[in-house]
Ligand binder design. Structure first.
Ligand code: ADP
Length: 255
């Protein structure tokens, strides 16, 4: 008779048939990707139905329209969360490192935000270096930081975002995205990169609390670090570093 107990050496692989922690995490991530991807179609279908209801029955009164508004707000939140769960899983894919001019990545991100805000509230100060990165993932980091800088500016105040970069003595690039928005209380700054953490002062602004966690994962996978400090004169200053050499970036991406 076979023993019901599986003996294993804890220093080696998990017992046969049982995934170890790494396999399990990969499995969970794959599941999350699949689930969030598959949620997109039904969400789009419901949104289309809501739009049809509004077009066909808009004369049913204020209560009806208020209900439709509430449904649409819920759908937007679900869409955002679904997208961020997908981004979260994608941040772990193999990196495709290529020399990428930061100027081009920033210009692309700024153009996107210019189309949503009607103007480009972003100033690039000085010149930006060429960095060895996975360009779509680094674009995601820039997009998130610039998007937050614009989003967390109070209504009625024109967003004012500055991007600058400099090279440290060891060749590392340090990139900064600064704003004059609502700022992040010093006591909350250490927790800002935790998944789902949202600051007490951001209640009136939409969000999921996942974006910065994804940025941190991407930057760290490139061998860099990310942080935040208060901006002189109000607002926040986010910074992140990237290794100066392709070899360092490549080594980090293998971890
Ligand atoms: P989200 O914006 O979706 O809530 P993030 O992970 O991007 O999630 O940010 C986490 C939290 O950090 C936000 O909820 C907000 O409280 C705070 N935050 C991020 N960026 C800024 C910023 N530029 N200014 C003020 N608060 C910010």
């Amino acid at each position: 008779m076979r023993s019901a107990i599986t003996f294993c050496d804890p220093t080696t692989a998990a017992p046969q048939g049982r995934p170890d922690a790494t396999d399990r995490e990969a499995e969970l991530r794959a599941l999350m990707t699949m689930a969030s991807h598959d949620l997109k179609n039904p969400l789009a279908a419901v949104a289309a139905r809501v739009e049809m209801l509004r077009a066909d029955h808009g004369d049913l009164g204020d209560d009806f329209l208020a209900d439709l508004d509430a449904i649409e707000r819920g759908l937007h939140r679900m869409n955002r969360l679904t997208q961020e769960l997908l981004d979260y899983a994608r941040a772990d894919r193999d990196l495709d490192l290529t020399p990428s001019p930061l100027t081009e990545l920033v210009a692309d991100v700024v153009a996107d935000h210019a189309s949503t805000t009607g103007a480009a509230p972003v100033t690039v100060v000085g010149t930006l270096p060429t960095v060895v990165v996975d360009a779509p993932l680094l674009r995601h980091v820039l997009d998130n930081l610039v998007g937050n800088a614009i989003k967390y500016t109070p209504a009625g105040v024109v967003p004012d975002v500055e991007i600058r970069a400099h090279t440290l003595a060891d060749g590392t690039s340090r990139i900064e995205v600064a704003d004059h928005g609502i700022g992040i209380p010093a006591t909350e700054q250490p927790r800002i990169f935790d998944a789902f953490h949202r600051c007490a002062n951001s209640g009136g602004y939409p969000g999921t609390g996942l974006g910065l966690n994804i940025c941190q994962r991407i930057v760290e996978r490139h061998g860099g670090r990310i942080g935040v400090e208060s901006n002189t004169g109000g607002g926040s200053r986010f910074w992140f570093t990237l290794p100066g050499t392709a070899e360092t970036a490549r080594q980090a991406s293998l971890v």
